[in-house]
Write a protein that binds this ligand. Sequence first.
Ligand code: FAD
Length: 450
Amino acid sequence: MNVAVVGAGWAGLAAALRLRELGHSVVVHEAARTLGGRARRVHARALDCWTDNGQHLLLGAYTQTLQVMRMLRLDPQALFYRMPLRLESADGQFSIKAANLPAPWHLLAGIATARGLRLSEKLALIAITNKLQKAQWETPPEQTVSQWLEQGRQSPHAIRTFWHPLCIAALNTPLEAASAQLFAHVLRDSLGGNKQASDLLIPRVDLTRLWPDALEHALHGDPLGRSSVLKGHTVRQLRTAARYVQVQDRHFDAVIVAGNAPSSHRLLAQLPASPLSTAYLESLAAFSFLPIATISLRLAQPWALPTPMLLLRDDPARRQFGQWLFDSSALGRPLRHEAPHGDTLVHIVVSDARAMQEHEAADVIAGLVTQLREQTRRYAPLPEVVAHNIIVEKRATFAAVPGLARPQNRTPWPRVWVAGDWTNTEYPAVLEGAVRSGLQAATELHAALD
Ligand SMILES: Cc1cc2nc3c(=O)[nH]c(=O)nc-3n(C[C@H](O)[C@H](O)[C@H](O)COP(=O)(O)OP(=O)(O)OC[C@H]3O[C@@H](n4cnc5c(N)ncnc54)[C@H](O)[C@@H]3O)c2cc1C
């Protein structure tokens, strides 16, 4: 079969890989000039180097993503800095580290020896996760994370120190609004899995280099010469017929629409209407979105913090918005790194960046530099900041609120499938969800039409 994929985010690219593997020809259409969608390489002129559109963190539980990389003959061992679960605040007041023991003892021992939590808080933490595990990681569908934590008798201090940063990082949605069920799935797959599942993986190369570049290369190397990647190619027209779908002016046997929810909605809304299709389109229109900001600072010299990832305490009232600090110089020697200033970059992540967006860039940077100086006193002083860059992805993820009816990959239209982090993956909007969705769409399409 000859299949079109619209969108070269991680979902569309995973779909293309699976289709190729199943013996089909694939033409990937991507509006941008760089592959990767919301996880891609960008050039930051202010920093005079290549970086990413946003700092990403992966988990050992991202098994399908790691598998995709292996299928492309890439070596995740080399491309990621991998470490056992370790959440440590920059100021040293809080830390929790997985112990070198088999699951679940690695976490139980980690909680027992955690710094910054009282004994009663540690016991409550173990109790709430045990209870969730006994409930098969299911929570009432309408429950928020706040309600779940309150029911589980977590103290305000434990919520502020541990649960808040974890929830905002995993779901990009504040505790009071976030779906307990989606959070429970994240906990199931990371903390409730084997020891490796909770490992933290920080990319050591840019996100497009991680595997999209290799896939593009593989598609262009298709021995039949019928697969390709069309970059800078926005699809505006989609039509269906009994025996083909029309994407722009070309006919294909089937299509996988893998844009984000709003852009996929725009294309699908052009197709013939039916009661089923109306309900399907309504589910795509029901998402709302939240921003994530990544602030990158280029330093006069590498900072060389002892660990590449530290938790920051945000204090929006003092314009201190930083939540996580990533130090490139602590990632070890970058691989064939073309970025001239690679190891002098630090990245600060602000999830749900709505409050930050209300401030001038200069104030944000000033607040952040003060925050870093105050909270990293136990380390070498922050080197001079010689340049900075702020990227705010306005629609970084959908708001992971309770009660979302997430669309299936199969659509009401024949020969049309969708893929994306917003489909019914059981995950919040994350890379692994996108990859799984793409693989699933391709597998279903193959089974239905081949
Ligand atoms: C700043 C930021 C930080 C994040 N941090 C993390 C993290 O740490 N860990 C994690 O797991 N996840 C993280 N995420 C989420 C993760 O990036 C997304 O879940 C994932 O990239 C979504 O992939 P996707 O393929 O579903 O969609 P997208 O990446 O949105 O891909 C859709 C693609 O389709 C293209 N497209 C749309 N319409 C058309 C059209 N008509 N014609 C042609 N092309 C079209 C778009 O240009 C885009 O390239 C983060 C996201 C952001 C933005």
